[in-house]
Ligand binder design. Sequence first.
Ligand SMILES: C[S@@+](CC[C@H](N)C(=O)[O-])C[C@H]1O[C@@H](n2cnc3c(N)ncnc32)[C@H](O)[C@@H]1O
Length: 243
Amino acid sequence: MPLPPNASDTVMPKLPYLGARLRSLYQWVEAAQKSGQYTSIWDCCCDHGYLGIKILARGLCEQVHFVDQVPHLITDLQQRLTCYPAARYQALAADASQLRFSEDQRHLVIIAGVGGEHSVEILRKILPRHPDQPLDFLFCPATTQFDLREYLADQGFALLHETMVTEKGRDYEVIGARWNPQTDGLPTVSKTGSHWDLGNEVHQRYLTKLITHYQRRTLGDNASEAQRILNIYQATWDSLACR
Ligand SMILES: C[S@@+](CC[C@H](N)C(=O)[O-])C[C@H]1O[C@@H](n2cnc3c(N)ncnc32)[C@H](O)[C@@H]1O
């Protein structure tokens, strides 16, 4: 990576500490970049930009794009990024759903720390602008994972990666998925996940929690939708239990 002007005088700030969740995303990016898969990485809904800063500092791609809809977060971030070469990043105060991705770059779009339903709202606006262009996404929804998974499955996203990570007693799914996959052989993203192993304590705890959550929701408003989702998780559980 080229050094910034007067690099010898520049005091590089301490890198932000990444908790287990962001570290899991970072490690996936780092592994993907061993073969240089992406030239542009988008830390959408970046908040303080911890993940993107680490990707930028480690020189993992040509350009890191920070996007958050809250302008003062982006102003603060811009001040913390001045020690990096300006050509290697941009920080945008924008709604991630308004983004457009150039065709001459290989993009990875990270959408993490927002709900699954909100991730879907963002995708619904982005995807029609890219009807034929392959785009890779890395998701880590904070809630409503099923809504995101169902949307990805219905849209024919190919699965690149899925795992679970626990941080501060909360379990999260991490899903890497490709829009417009142009190569055969990748499975479609599953509505509930295809990596579960009931012998794994964390997987069992997580699926039990989801099933209990949807069982409870069948008692409230929108009971038929809750029952529909519950049936899908229950079928997943039953097929895992039969293995
Ligand atoms: C909880 S933080 C997530 C930070 C980080 N991505 C993570 O996973 O820890 C959520 C951030 O998403 C931003 N956000 C929510 N919807 C957005 C949108 N449509 N476009 C851009 N930023 C958005 C919020 O302003 C907030 O800073």
